[in-house]
Each structure stands twice: as C-alpha cells, then as structure tokens.
Design a protein around this ligand. Structure first.
Ligand code: E4P
Length: 217
C-alpha cells in the first residue's frame, strides 16, 4: 500500500519524507489556501522533493478551461497527477489528459458508479472521500470495498486512492480492503506509530535498564 500525504505544507512533507514513507502527495484548493503559497510555486517545490505522484487540482468547471489548467499544471513536473472533479466536464478532461499520457486523479468521488465512470475515462487514481461520507452518516469504508470489488471484477487498473482520511482506523480498514493508496494529513500518518502499550513497555524497560547501571556506548 502506498502512503500519500494530504497537505501543501512543504516542511511537513519533508519531515515525513526523511522517514521514508512518502510515496506521493495530494493537494486541493483548500490545502493551497491553508499553505498561504502560490499554487505553481509550492507545487513545483513539492515535486522537486517527492519523486512520486503529486496531485494538483484544476479549479475551472468548464471542460475546455479545465483542460487548459490541467495542461498548465502538468507542465510543472513529470510527476504531476492532474486532479479533476467527478463531473462530466472532469471526466471529459480526464479522458483527454489520460490519452495524452498524463496522470489524472479524479477527486470528490462519493459513489461506486462515479468510480466506474472514472476508470472508463482512463483515470490513474480515483479518490473516494471516506471522512466526508462518514460526516453525513454514510459508510465511507463500504464505498472503498465496493470500488475494490468492481475494479477487480473487470480488471480496471485505476488505483483506489482512499481520501478524506480522518482516523488511524480509516487507514487500517483501507489496507484490509485493499485500497492501493491512502492519502492522509501528516497528523494522522504520525499517529500510526502510537500505541499506549508501546509507551508503557518502553517506560518499564528504561526503568529496569537504569537499575543495571550499564551503558551500551
Ligand atoms: C484528497 O485528495 C483530498 O485532498 C482530501 O483527502 C480531502 O480531505 P477532507 O475531507 O478531510 O478535507
């Protein structure tokens, strides 16, 4: 399973990258706003740091304008995945960009049928939003499982990029179901290492070690 970081905060990406578990990055207009940076500048900086796919999202709603924006974003670096919304204009743009050999991430997916359309339009990634479905009392994990079944039934090679991940359990469940990628905020990725029994065990080992009076180096 690949780990993407869902942020436009370059320092946060760098910190996780140094640990070796950043396979890619996803951004969106809200994350660009949060970063306070220019989209083209910050995306270039991220692409220079991370060799894996870096998603940058178009903001036009009309297919022609979306295509122009997508091509401009794709020029930033060869590892750009152009992110388009799951609308008819987005699907049309996805088909054209994917025919041109560019990576496309179809975002804002909330149903299995939408995911089916994205795969047929040649999407490299489909981004089902788990947390936002949970927010309205629907089951985000059920959507991931449905898409996995459908893509496997027909051999689609579009990668399932589980997005809108809010908890460590979303990561575990996505891995159990077989999502190809998860994208999560840095805070959630960091929490994956936490366990109270690890802390408690370490504390006991260190207390006993201090009593031995020994040193390793
Ligand atoms: C994914 O590509 C999106 O940027 C992201 O996961 C959205 O998450 P949110 O619903 O927590 O904003």
């Amino acid at each position: 399973m690949k780990f993407f970081v869902d942020t436009a905060d370059v320092e946060a990406i760098r910190e996780l990258h140094e640990l070796g578990f950043v396979d890619g990055v996803t951004t969106n207009p809200s994350l660009i706003l949060k970063s306070g940076r220019d989209i083209l500048e910050v995306t270039k900086e991220i692409c220079d740091l991370i060799p894996g796919p870096v998603s940058a999202e178009v903001t036009a709603t009309d297919a022609d304008e979306m295509l122009t924006e997508g091509r401009k974003l794709a020029e930033i670096a060869s590892n750009i995945a152009v992110k388009v919304p799951l609308t008819w204009a987005g699907l049309k743009t996805c088909k054209t960009l994917s025919d041109e050999g560019r990576m496309v991430n179809v975002t804002l997916c909330f149903s299995a049928n939408q995911a089916l359309l994205a795969a047929k339009a040649g999407a490299t990634f489909i981004s089902p939003f788990i947390g936002r479905l949970d927010d309205i009392n629907l089951d985000g994990m059920e959507l991931i499982a449905d898409i996995r079944t459908i893509y496997d039934n027909y051999g689609f090679d579009t990668e399932i990029l589980a997005a809108s991940i809010r908890t460590v359990n979303h990561v575990t469940e996505s891995a159990r179901i077989g999502a190809d990628v998860i994208t999560a905020p840095p805070g959630v990725l960091k929490k994956l290492a936490d366990h109270p029994l690890t802390d408690k065990g370490l504390e006991a080992f260190l207390a006993d070690w201090a009593k031995t009076g020994q040193k390793i180096v």
